[in-house]
Design a binder for this molecule. Sequence first.
Ligand SMILES: Nc1ncnc2c1ncn2[C@@H]1O[C@H](COP(=O)(O)OP(=O)(O)OP(=O)(O)O)[C@@H](O)[C@H]1O
Ligand SMILES: [Mg+2]
Length: 225
Amino acid sequence: MTMIEARNLTHAYRVEDREVTILRDVSLSVAAGEFVVIEGNSGSGKTTLLTLLSGLDRPSSGRVFIRGREITHLDEDEMAPFRNRAFGFVFQSFHLVPSLNALENVMFPAELAGSDQPRQSAEALLRRVGLLPRQHHFPHQLSGGEKQRVAICRALVNRPEILFADEPTGNLDAKNSGAILDLLLDLRKERGATLVLVTHSAEIARKADRRLLLRDGVLDGGGAP
Ligand SMILES: Nc1ncnc2c1ncn2[C@@H]1O[C@H](COP(=O)(O)OP(=O)(O)OP(=O)(O)O)[C@@H](O)[C@H]1O
Ligand SMILES: [Mg+2]
């Protein structure tokens, strides 16, 4: 089954009176349960592509389908079930809630989704990434890599069907990166989740089913697996 399909995505940002085209006619098909990595130089449009595939932003033109349903024209309310339940996101800049501690940040989406045991699920994830001793720290009391690990736990707490992660190990050493990769692969194995990762890590890319390369706004390797 095709989980994510993008057809002819073009995206331009407007800055002052100029339009800058970032993605050109990008088409992509990702199967359910597939692990896809997006690579490319800084500024090549990886984050932009992830925001379009996950419905966080709309393309200038082109269409995105999730499980065959077009999401390109959905409004906020119609997107909510995808965002709150089906999708997990790890943002490049983490987006933790500053007024919540690490444990509360991870529990928050589980509580929103009405999960039975939000605290237990959150604690189990924090334990796996070695952060249980930091659970009561607020984001400003955490290192960059610790914030990144909290953000990953938060993205995983509802066991999403699709995980979109933007350089999820960008701030981590080899040991912590390995622990994160294990977590992601477990989600895929146990849940059959589809993984779409932007990464510069050769080690992670080696584990992927497919590697896509963005170059000058054009995607190599986007076709069906
Ligand atoms: N909101 C915006 N308005 C205008 N230009 C933008 C905006 N967001 C991104 N850009 C531009 O679009 C291009 C692609 O940005 P994007 O963040 O997608 O790159 P990236 O591949 O994720 O880079 P990196 O590896 O550094 O994270 C960059 O040149 C950036 O300056
Ligand atoms: Mg980026």
